[in-house]
Design a protein around this ligand. Structure first.
Ligand SMILES: [Zn+2]
Length: 340
């Protein structure tokens, strides 16, 4: 019988396409690119004993994406692998800074990703859009340059699937004010805006993203409850948080165990807190497992998890009619799950 948590229909708003790559695909791309795997056995690729160990593999995997065909392949596989676990719609991050620095062209990367997503949609019926992330390790000027190039592509009709911009990578030692010009340009080009914030830092980081960068969503937002006023404002304005509890335990090491994670308290405080996998392949995760482990660790009922899934629809950047259609579909799919 199908796992009940896999059967819950879900959207996903915080998933990095570079973190979805199957170990077997990494091995094939490494062979194609003439590179040796850093581990003897491909099954051990995504096993780490430290954050540094994780980052080492993360960078290795990034380097395997060498041409348009590679981007197309990982985009396609990222969707078909997630559908059996309940994925019905996704807004996927890609972070091209490192690849652009190595001489790849943003247009080529976007074309590859788009072809992969289109093929997956034709096969599974699951739609997905893209969010272009600035990598904070490269600084505000590189961020502005990236958004500028993206806006150019959109004007040329080449990046219709890229509906927003975000930022990720390191939080410590980064002044978010450096990214104001990039976000202003994105907004003026009618791109939606989000940012990773409050993952490794306190609530001031989230305040700055909301107040100064004027983002509409917060990715992670783990520290938000430390500030009562910010919590009140985010819940009143329905500012969505794309929370990734398993990632916070495994990658950021900010929460010792899932049962110590504030996700349940975020929901009880009225926040529009959604559930997401961040880098699922690299953490032995999928959406069904994310829902199941969080429900079990925080003692949330199936009804609670259905509410989380429906809040995911509200938090998307779909037009109102698209949200209504998806919500109706979710309710129809949830009915047998909840009455079983
Ligand atoms: Zn992330």
């Amino acid at each position: 019988m199908k796992d009940v948590y896999d059967a819950i229909p879900k959207v996903e708003l915080h998933c990095h396409v570079e973190g979805t790559i199957r170990p077997s695909t990494v091995a094939e791309l490494a062979k194609k690119n003439g590179r040796a795997l850093p581990v003897g056995n491909v099954e051990d690729l995504y096993r780490y004993d430290s954050l540094n160990g994780f980052l080492e593999i993360f960078w290795f995997v990034q380097e395997m994406l060498a041409d348009q065909g590679d981007w197309e392949r990982i985009a396609y596989e990222s969707i078909v692998d997630a559908v059996p676990h309940g994925l019905r719609y996704r807004e996927t991050f890609f972070t091209p800074a490192r690849h652009l620095r190595a001489g790849q062209d943003l247009g080529g990367i976007v074309d590859g990703l788009t072809r992969g997503l289109e093929a997956a949609e034709a096969e599974t019926g699951v739609g997905s859009m893209l969010i272009c992330d600035m990598d904070r390790a490269y600084g505000g000027a590189a961020g502005l340059e990236l958004v500028d190039r993206l806006v150019e592509l959109r004007k040329a009709g080449r990046a219709a699937r890229v509906i927003g911009v975000g930022m990720d990578s390191t939080e410590l030692g980064v002044d978010l004010h450096d990214y104001v010009p990039a976000y202003e340009l994105a907004r003026s080009a009618r791109l939606r805006c989000t940012a990773h914030a409050g993952e490794d830092t306190g609530p001031l980081n989230i305040w700055t993203a909301v107040e100064v960068l004027k983002v509409e969503r917060i990715d992670h937002g783990l520290s938000i409850l430390e500030d009562a006023e910010l919590t009140k404002r985010a819940s009143a304005e329905r500012i969505a948080l794309t929370v990734c509890p398993n990632s916070n335990v495994v990658i950021a090491n900010k929460v010792e165990t899932l049962s110590a994670h504030p996700f349940r308290r975020m929901r009880e405080a009225g926040l529009l807190a959604t559930l997401n996998t961040d880098d699922p392949a690299m953490t032995d995760l999928d959406l069904g497992k994310e829902y199941r482990t969080v429900a079990e660790a925080l003692d949330l009922s199936l009804q609670d998890m259905a509410a989380v899934a429906l809040d995911g629809v509200e938090a998307t950047w779909l037009e109102d009619a698209g949200k209504r259609d998806l919500r109706a579909r979710f309710l129809a799919e949830l009915e047998p799950v909840l009455s079983a």
